[in-house]
Design a protein around this ligand. Structure first.
Ligand code: PMP
Length: 366
C-alpha cells in the first residue's frame, strides 16, 4: 500500500499528523467546544426559505464579495460591542480556520514566521505549516497567562511577521486583557511591523469585553470570529474577521474566487436574523459553565479561570488514564496534550451533570 511519505510531498509535511479531535459515538460528547443546542425550529424554517431562494440561482456563481453577509456581520459586531464596524472592515470565509489560513497566505508564507503563545489553539501552528510559514512557540506563565516580558523579548529577537493572540485562549479558557494585547501590538510594530491576529472564537462567552475597539487606529491588528460557537452553527462553516479595510483588500489577493457558496451565505444571513435567540443560549451556557467550574472546584480539582464555553481542569498525574476512565463512563472530554490537564465543553445541564457524575466517581478511584 502506498504511504504518504512514498509520495513526493513537501518536506515539512513528512511524518506529520492531521488535526484530529476524536469523533467517537458516545452518549455525552463534550470534546470539541460545540454548542449543545440545535438551532431553534423557526430558524431552521428560515434557513430553508433563504436556501430555497438561493437554490433558484445556483446556476450562477455566488456574490464573490458576500456584501449582504458582511453588512450583517458588521451590524452584529457593532450591536454587540458598541464599536462601529463597517462592511469594508469585515471579511468572511468557510470557518475562522479559513480566515486564519487566508491571513497567513497574505502575511506569512515561505521565509516568514508566526509566533503563538502555547498551549493555544493547535491549528494556528498547523495553518502556519500548511502555508509554509515558520512557527515559533512563545512562552506562558505557570497560570497560563501570557508571560509579557518573555513575549516582548521573543518578538524583539525573532521579529515574527504574524503574532497570534487567542482570547479567550483555547484550551486554557482565559481571556487576555486589553493592556497585554496593546503591549504585544507595540512590541510587534517596533520589531516588524507585523500583523497581530486576535482569535476571538469564544469571545461571546467571556466575562471580559471584546478586544474589537482596539482596531481603532491600528491597521496591523485583526480580530477573527466565528459562527461555530456562539451561533451554534459549527456545521455551517462560517468565520469572519474585522480589521482595517486595507487588510480586507489584501486578503482578496489570496482568496479563491467564489469561496463562500450561495448556500452558506443564505444560511449565515438567516442565522443573523435570529441573533437574539442564539445569544440567549449563550447566556444559559455561561451560567452552566460557571456552575461546572464551581462544582469541579467543590470536588477539590484545579480549574483554570474560564471565559469560554469550555473548562480546563486537573491536575492529574496520568491525564490519559483519567480521560479514558471518564470516557468509560460515556463522557468524551478532550486531552489536548497539556500535561496534567483535561478540557471539557459546557453542555446542556443534563450533559454537565453526567460529566460531573463521571468525574466525581473517577477521582475517588485515583
Ligand atoms: N479558533 C479557535 C480558538 C478555535 O478553538 C476554533 C475551533 N475549535 C477555531 C478558531 C476554528 O473554528 P471554525 O473554523 O469552526 O470557525
Amino acid at each position: 500500500m502506498t504511504k504518504i511519505d512514498d509520495l513526493p510531498v513537501r518536506d515539512e509535511l513528512r511524518g506529520q499528523s492531521p488535526y484530529g479531535a476524536p469523533q467517537l459515538d458516545v452518549p455525552v460528547q463534550l470534546n470539541t467546544n460545540e454548542n449543545p443546542y440545535p438551532l431553534p425550529e423557526p430558524l431552521v424554517a428560515r434557513i430553508a426559505e433563504r436556501v430555497s431562494e438561493a437554490a433558484r440561482q445556483l446556476n450562477r456563481y455566488p456574490d464573490r464579495d458576500a456584501v449582504e453577509l458582511r453588512t450583517g456581520l458588521a451590524a452584529y459586531l457593532t450591536d454587540t460591542t458598541g464599536y462601529r464596524v463597517t462592511k469594508e472592515q469585515v471579511w468572511a470565509a468557510n470557518g475562522s480556520n479559513e480566515v486564519l489560513q487566508q491571513l497567513l497566505q497574505t502575511f506569512g508564507g515561505p521565509g516568514r514566521t508566526a509566533i503563538g503563545f502555547e498551549p493555544s489553539y493547535s491549528m494556528h501552528a498547523l495553518i502556519a505549516r500548511g502555508t509554509g510559514t515558520g512557527w515559533v512557540s512563545g512562552p506562558r506563565n505557570e497560570d497560563f497567562t501570557i508571560d509579557l516580558d518573555a513575549a516582548r523579548t521573543a518578538i524583539a529577537e525573532l521579529r515574527p511577521n504574524v503574532v497570534f493572540v487567542c482570547s479567550p485562549n483555547n484550551p486554557t479558557g482565559t481571556a487576555v486583557d486589553a493592556d497585554t494585547v496593546l503591549a504585544l501590538y507595540e512590541a510587534a510594530q517596533a520589531a516588524g511591523p507585523s500583523m497581530v491576529i486576535v482569535d476571538e472564537a469564544y469571545v461571546e462567552f467571556s466575562h471580559r469585553a471584546s478586544l474589537l475597539p482596539l482596531l481603532e487606529g491600528r491597521p496591523n491588528l485583526v480580530v477573527s470570529r466565528t459562527m461555530s460557537k456562539a451561533f451554534g452553527a459549527a456545521g455551517l462553516r462560517l468565520g469572519y474577521l474585522a480589521a482595517d479595510p486595507a487588510v480586507v483588500d489584501a486578503v482578496q489577493l489570496v482568496r479563491l474566487p467564489y469561496h463562500l457558496s450561495a448556500v452558506t451565505q443564505a444560511t449565515a444571513l438567516a442565522c443573523l436574523e435570529h441573533t437574539g435567540t442564539l445569544l440567549g443560549y449563550v447566556a444559559q451556557l455561561k451560567s452552566e459553565r460557571d456552575r461546572v467550574v464551581a462544582a469541579l472546584r467543590g470536588l477539590g480539582l484545579d480549574v483554570t479561570e474560564s471565559d469560554a464555553n469550555f473548562i480546563q481542569f486537573g491536575r492529574f498525574a496520568d491525564t490519559h488514564a483519567v480521560w479514558q476512565a471518564i470516557l468509560d463512563r460515556g463522557v468524551l472530554v478532550r486531552d489536548n496534550g497539556v500535561p496534567g490537564w483535561l478540557r471539557v465543553t459546557a453542555g446542556t445541564p443534563a450533559e454537565n451533570d453526567a460529566f460531573l457524575g463521571a468525574v466525581s466517581t473517577v477521582i475517588k478511584e485515583l
